[in-house]
Design a protein around this ligand. Sequence first.
Ligand SMILES: [Zn+2]
Length: 66
Amino acid sequence: MRVKCVLCDKVETIDDETLLAKRLRNRPIHTYMCQDCHDRIAKRTKERLQTGKFKLYRDPKTDEDW
Ligand SMILES: [Zn+2]
């Protein structure tokens, strides 16, 4: 089946028998993302998680000290 990436509009053909194809057929709302965009998002999510973790180690008192 042919799928279009929601982020960059790249059209790709995926095997009808893959889990992804079945998921897209069963739930049309489930949108497709190409590997490039998927990787980009994954990287950004990881960076955000690292930033969040960093904040946890900050002393909360420094925020009030001004
Ligand atoms: Zn894409």
